[in-house]
Design a binder for this molecule. Sequence first.
Ligand SMILES: *[C@@H]1O[C@H](CO)[C@@H](O)[C@H](O)[C@H]1NC(C)=O
Ligand SMILES: *[C@@H]1O[C@H](CO)[C@@H](O)[C@H](O)[C@H]1NC(C)=O
Ligand SMILES: *[C@@H]1O[C@H](CO)[C@@H](O)[C@H](O)[C@H]1NC(C)=O
Ligand SMILES: *[C@@H]1O[C@H](CO)[C@@H](O)[C@H](O)[C@H]1NC(C)=O
Ligand SMILES: *[C@@H]1O[C@H](CO)[C@@H](O)[C@H](O)[C@H]1NC(C)=O
Ligand SMILES: *[C@@H]1O[C@H](CO)[C@@H](O)[C@H](O)[C@H]1NC(C)=O
Ligand SMILES: *[C@@H]1O[C@H](CO)[C@@H](O)[C@H](O)[C@H]1NC(C)=O
Length: 361
Amino acid sequence: MRSHFLLAMIGTFAVIVGAQTQEGFISLNCGLPVDESPYDDSFNGLTFTSDSAFIQTGKSSRVDKSLNKILGKQYLTLRYFPEGRRNCYSLDVKSGTNYLIAVSSVYGNYDGLNRDPKFDIYIGPNKWLSMDLEGRQNGTKEEIIHKARSNSLDICLHKTGETFPIISAIEIRPLRNNTYVTKSGALKLSFRVYLNNTAGFIRYADDVRDRIWFPFFGSSYAQITTDLNINNSNAYEVPKSALRSAATPKNTSGPLVITWTPRPSNAQVYLYMHFAEIQALEANETREFDVILKGNFNHSGFRPTKLKVFTLFTEEPMQCDSRGCHLELVRTPKSTLPPLINALEAYAVIEFPQVETSISD
Ligand SMILES: *[C@@H]1O[C@H](CO)[C@@H](O)[C@H](O)[C@H]1NC(C)=O
Ligand SMILES: *[C@@H]1O[C@H](CO)[C@@H](O)[C@H](O)[C@H]1NC(C)=O
Ligand SMILES: *[C@@H]1O[C@H](CO)[C@@H](O)[C@H](O)[C@H]1NC(C)=O
Ligand SMILES: *[C@@H]1O[C@H](CO)[C@@H](O)[C@H](O)[C@H]1NC(C)=O
Ligand SMILES: *[C@@H]1O[C@H](CO)[C@@H](O)[C@H](O)[C@H]1NC(C)=O
Ligand SMILES: *[C@@H]1O[C@H](CO)[C@@H](O)[C@H](O)[C@H]1NC(C)=O
Ligand SMILES: *[C@@H]1O[C@H](CO)[C@@H](O)[C@H](O)[C@H]1NC(C)=O
């Protein structure tokens, strides 16, 4: 399974009317002229501001006009860094809070040179990723879950070759403290999906934390859905729209299998599985299954709660074998129904060994 972020305006989500709380959200449209800031995104209602208050360096530009109709507004302007090897944003956060941090870069031939940039992105002193925009006509979005270690978060772009680093958007969302807790390190998203055979993705305001959920469906799955309200109140706050459908195996006596390859293949993996019973069970019916991650995790006799989410997750990091990760939901002999799953998220650990210190410390 592969998660692919499309910055293009595809999807079937609705225009949001009316305000939802965006408390603690930082939504920067990089390179946006100050006199156009702030604005509410017409698609999802998120309030974007210019990045100019958070960085003193770099220059603003715009992507090629041909992308105006394809990309969301936050990706049409950008900031590029012709000077210096390292340029940093300094953002106000709360020390000890876990944040979902996303950066997007769309080259859009802003300089007319048709030369896709390559550069690195750091969080403070620690390398987060290498950004290579070759062949990424619509840009790319990278995200990580990271606990702030001081009240300032530095996102830094490092020049690594001939091309100038660029950035289009920075989106930071506080998460609940008791969620996505790791033994050490930050979490890089492998995928976050809800089991539905449609094409639309889900994010804010359906997801109050503004996580993006892509639909995923395997050819050996059958779908069940409900129109009933599902109680999603646990710490993970999975959007209700992501829970209203679920996959079961087409072969009702067989297991439901989900496999993926973490990168790197020996990565430490964390998995979050969200279940809710969305079928009306008769008094003589039972849905019970074992949740097995070969060699790592075995939760036996699990029964999804009626119209209420339950999140099963790995408290210890797991390591999958050389063939990848293999999740199996196996019907128990007691069960009269096949296993189901509504949504799941997988992450790989990135260690950030260098101590973050800000100048004011
Ligand atoms: C998380 O913990 C930090 C520091 O302990 C605290 O300031 C913050 O309010 C907490 N956030 C939530 C959502 O509980
Ligand atoms: C970019 O997005 C457009 C519109 O969604 C799509 O037609 C095109 O194939 C995408 N290009 C790439 C390289 O993914
Ligand atoms: C999930 O699938 C059902 C049936 O195909 C569809 O009606 C529903 O809108 C889908 N859910 C989302 C969030 O797209
Ligand atoms: C949802 O579940 C929570 C926790 O079990 C409970 O406190 C709350 O009352 C439920 N909400 C509804 C609308 O049933
Ligand atoms: C369905 O699954 C059961 C149990 O794994 C297996 O014995 C059977 O051969 C499968 N049937 C089909 C048609 O694949
Ligand atoms: C449950 O009961 C209904 C009617 O009472 C019956 O038709 C059905 O076959 C039973 N299902 C199972 C799994 O025993
Ligand atoms: C999972 O645990 C159950 C109950 O302890 C056991 O019956 C089953 O064989 C285990 N499965 C695996 C693959 O370890």
